[in-house]
Design a protein around this ligand. Structure first.
Ligand SMILES: *[C@@H]1O[C@H](CO)[C@@H](O)[C@H](O)[C@H]1NC(C)=O
Ligand SMILES: CC(=O)N[C@H]1CO[C@H](CO)[C@@H](O)[C@@H]1O
Length: 413
């Protein structure tokens, strides 16, 4: 049975500030009719500077509205050219807050006096307090805007980001998206998710007169820290960070290691729901050995998560340090061999069934899953090769491909 959603217009905002201060805003409007299969088209971008390279991808998936947004800025204003900022915002109950943060959070952080701390190059302490102040400030600001509109906006957004200075990487998290640092071939650091059932979060929620049921704030909101969500921020006599939902970020500073730092992944929960930290880290490392195209790596992450069963709209930003894994001819050769091997397997499975009764793609994937296939990408496994399988399948069954396409994607899980 196919789910059919009526979907009118999907508006997606994305802003990038490239070195200096040229602000480039891209607003895309897509009009469509029915969303009866996941929207697999991606929003992509990439760039480089300050000896970092980044790529990003986001996909709407099964959701009717795309609520993710992201920011990538190389070179911060006010003399902080060697600094960079990246963030992913995962919106809920609408996209207004995510979109506003995407465009304005950075300026709220870098322009407040705490951040500058009076020095030319802000100290670790002033950066940390400046980030916190920036979050509380933008939240207050959005609340004022929302009140002017008589509380019309009920949306909220999580935020996960990194501020990369020449000496430090500051991880910033508010909510249940996650950032991860790979160093010397393994997960070196990851941010903690703010879930209502975490002891400290639960304590704050209860002190504010709320409760945690079915792992949600008052049985409804699945995240305990977020920007926006003003319905959960009106307990009298409590400060902004003592409410049912708090806009306070956790900030961690990590000294950079020129030799060992490889890459950072920022992603919303739709990714982490189906991939563990180590899996994603291994998968990215294996992809970087076969391609330099960071958008492609991000697209493969998103597709793999969709095939692993994620039903969310998904966003991922990948930021590579100079020490990231490089293309390895050996890995490229193995990958080509793997694709060839999969092709021959798919042909074999289809032949076995005979001319009359062409198996559907789901059957092909299930059969492949029972075999032990050598050299599948770690962390991604067979799911990360579904597009290869699908391409061979469609080539061999040009007439079947149309109608199996949507149905099989729905049946995968
Ligand atoms: C949360 O639950 C408490 C206790 O039942 C109630 O007083 C409060 O109004 C609720 N708040 C929201 C935003 O649901
Ligand atoms: C990952 C992501 O963006 N998730 C959001 C997708 O949209 C739904 C609502 O349509 C939100 O609840 C999710 O948080």
């Amino acid at each position: 049975m196919l789910a059919v959603f009526l979907y009118l217009a999907n508006v997606f905002y994305f802003s990038v500030v490239i070195k200096g201060c040229c602000l480039l805003k891209v607003k895309e409007v897509t009009m469509g009719a029915f969303l009866d299969k996941p929207k697999m088209e991606k929003h992509n971008a990439h760039g480089e500077g300050n000896s970092l390279r980044y790529g990003l991808s986001s996909m709407q998936g099964w959701r009717v509205e795309m609520e993710d947004a992201h920011t990538a800025v190389i070179g911060l204003p006010n003399g902080l050219d060697p600094w960079s900022f990246f963030a992913v915002y995962d919106g809920h109950a609408g996209s207004q807050v995510a979109r506003y943060c995407c465009e304005h959070l950075l300026e709220h952080i870098t322009s407040n006096p705490d951040f500058r701390g009076g020095e030319r190059e802000p100290s670790v302490e002033s950066v940390k307090s400046g980030i916190r102040t920036g979050f509380l400030q933008i939240d207050e600001h959005m609340r004022a805007i929302s009140e002017k509109k008589h509380g019309a906006d009920r949306s909220g957004s999580t935020a996960v980001g990194v501020l990369v200075s020449p000496r430090h990487t500051y991880f910033i998290n508010c909510g249940d998206s996650r950032g991860l640092l790979s160093r010397a071939g393994r997960v070196h650091f990851f941010t903690q998710d703010h879930k209502p059932s975490n002891p400290l979060e639960k304590e704050r929620i209860q002190n504010a007169g709320g409760s945690v049921m079915i792992q949600r704030v008052n049985g409804s909101l699945a995240v305990s820290r977020a920007l926006g969500d003003f319905d959960y921020k009106c307990v009298h006599g409590k400060g902004p960070t003592e409410q049912l939902v708090s806009p306070e970020p956790e900030v961690y500073e990590i000294e950079r290691s020129e030799a060992a730092d490889e890459f950072i992944v920022l992603a919303c929960d739709g990714i982490w729901d189906v991939m563990a930290n180590e899996e994603l880290c291994d998968f990215v490392r294996s992809r970087l050995e076969v391609t330099e195209d960071l958008e492609r790596v991000c697209n493969e992450i998103v597709d793999t998560c969709l095939y692993k069963g994620s039903r969310d709209n998904m966003s991922v930003v990948l930021i590579c340090f100079p020490g990231a894994p490089k293309i390895s001819p050996e890995a490229v050769r193995k990958e080509a061999e793997l694709d060839k091997y999969l092709e021959s397997k798919v042909e074999e499975i289809i032949k076995k069934q005979g001319e009359e009764d062409v198996p559907d793609l789901v059957h092909v994937m299930r059969t492949l899953a029972t075999e032990s296939i050598p050299n599948l990408p770690p962390g991604g496994e067979l799911a990360s090769k579904r597009s290869v399988v699908e391409a061979v399948y469609n080539r061999l069954n040009p007439c079947r491909s149309e109608d199996t396409d949507s149905a099989s994607a729905a049946d995968m899980w």
